[in-house]
Design a protein around this ligand. Structure first.
Ligand code: SUG
Length: 446
């Protein structure tokens, strides 16, 4: 196997809950305060990883974050031992407590932006954790994300890890959710598409009116600079502000790419023709397949509900592409009809596979949100921490670990229970041994 694009899925953490924290994300708001099922959520995620591994795709796992984040609660003035901090926060600000409990790090498309070595000036694979400034519960992820990435890609001759961008909305960065890469073969130089929702320093430019644009062009440009990309291998595209206002809070809710394919909704970008022309020009000899889904086939509302574009397009070992869609896409009549015809159109996509990630979907996280893509050459693949790869044994071991530590159900009221912190820390401490990550969590660093 000379080169691959690996998917690193986020393992759903033990405190998975529905707190309604993401204004602009329709599913998160609709399911606010519902009962969550952490054990089922983690198992759905593991089955997804195993399904891809069984299809012949290299699959890895990224550890979740330690929650609740008691250090943040302390920074915000809650005092005493861990149990007292939680008790006090539960009484005086339960919404803040739920934010500090969020298992949102499962959506590893937001963990970082990754540029493969074929694209970067120094020939290293570059990682920049996303600062996620737009949502408080997510803005507390990047430091631990950085440590988990370093423990997973732990060879500094091969992997370059940057600090997350300055923590201000001007540099709001949501990572790979707004980034996709086109290439002929994964090991060959590609073109990286950065999609942004607004200009921070130039407020005269178009921007959504209702929901926030989480990604700025300033952030996208900074990441490209850090990664040693330049004009010839980058395209910056403005997301259509009107669709952000309809619930498309990340570009990966409205478009997805793989190799020479861009699968996108007609309304995804502000200047579609220009964007497509620039991608094709920069791809040179490689013929791009631009698969446009018209509004008359699938409305924005159906796209947002079904996550048709939050699918993973993967290249199977035989060279065909498959689309991995959530079962919600099958349940939606218009979308299911579209997906039934897609393999018969003249495109590289030949198969559709549905997977059940409902627990994540109810917080607005589909198959593509749950994974971070890392294109790797053979020697780079060998340099990854091998314990983070999903094999049959690792799948069994992680399922046993979930069975041992996770609750079946969690309500928002349950978050007031300090035992949940102990359970979570015990589980994660054991996980760092299973994945051989060393000490990555704040509670392990003291
Ligand atoms: O940031 N939901 C996440 C979903 C992220 C999806 N990622 C991508 N599209 N790549 C978010 O909005 C909801 C948490 C809550 O409400 O409990 C949440 O954080």
């Amino acid at each position: 196997m000379p080169h691959v694009e690996m998917n690193f899925d986020g393992l759903v953490g033990p405190t998975h809950n529905y707190a309604g924290l993401s204004y602009g994300n329709v599913a998160s708001l609709n399911n606010a305060k519902g009962i969550s099922h952490p054990k089922q959520a983690a198992k759905q995620g593991l089955v997804k990883m195993k399904t891809l591994a069984d299809l012949g795709i290299s699959q890895g796992v990224l550890a979740p974050q330690a929650r609740p984040d008691v250090n943040v609660l302390r920074r915000l003035g809650f005092t005493g031992n861990d149990a007292q901090v939680i008790n006090k926060a539960a009484k005086s600000d339960p919404i803040l407590l739920s934010a500090c409990y969020s298992a949102s790090s499962m959506w590893t498309a937001n963990a970082a932006t990754v540029s493969p070595s074929a694209d970067t000036a120094d020939g290293k694979v570059h990682f920049t954790p996303a600062n996620l400034t737009n949502k408080f519960h997510r803005s507390i992820e990047p430091e631990t994300t950085g440590r988990i990435l370093k423990a997973t890609f732990n060879d500094s001759n091969i992997f370059e890890h940057h600090a997350h961008l300055p923590e201000n909305d001007h540099f709001g960065d949501e990572g790979a959710a707004n980034h996709t890469r086109f290439c002929e073969g994964y090991e060959q130089p590609g073109v990286e598409l950065f999609v942004y929702g607004r200009h921070a320093f130039n407020t005269a430019k178009p921007a959504p009116k209702k929901f926030p644009a989480r990604q700025t062009i300033e952030a996208s440009q900074a990441v490209a600079r850090l990664h040693g990309l330049d004009e010839h291998n980058t395209v910056f595209a403005l997301q259509n502000p009107d669709v952000i206002d309809q619930g498309v809070f990340h570009n990966d809710v409205i478009s997805v790419g793989n190799q020479n394919v861009l699968f996108y909704h007609e309304q995804a970008f502000a200047h579609t023709e220009q964007v497509l022309a620039e991608i094709q020009r920069k791809m040179g000899q490689t013929h791009m397949h631009f698969i446009q889904v018209p509004t008359e086939a699938v409305s924005i509302n159906d796209a947002v509900k079904s996550y048709l574009f939050n699918t993973q397009i993967i290249t199977l070992p035989n060279g065909d592409m498959a689309i991995i869609a959530p079962t919600e896409a099958q349940d939606n009549e218009a979308v299911n009809q579209y997906l039934t015809t897609l393999p018969h159109l003249n495109t590289p996509i030949k198969q559709v596979k549905f997977i059940d990630v409902k627990q994540s979907m109810q917080n607005g996280g589909g198959p593509a949100c749950l994974r971070l893509r890392v294109a790797l050459k053979e020697h780079e693949l060998l340099a990854i921490n091998p314990h983070t790869q999903i094999t049959n044994n690792k799948f069994i071991e992680l399922n046993q670990w979930v069975d041992k530590h996770y609750r079946d159900e969690l309500s928002i009221a349950d978050l007031a229970d300090p035992n949940l912190l102990n359970e979570s820390q015990t589980a994660l401490d054991e996980l760092t041994q299973i994945l051989q990550l060393g000490s990555v969590y704040p509670f392990q660093l003291v």
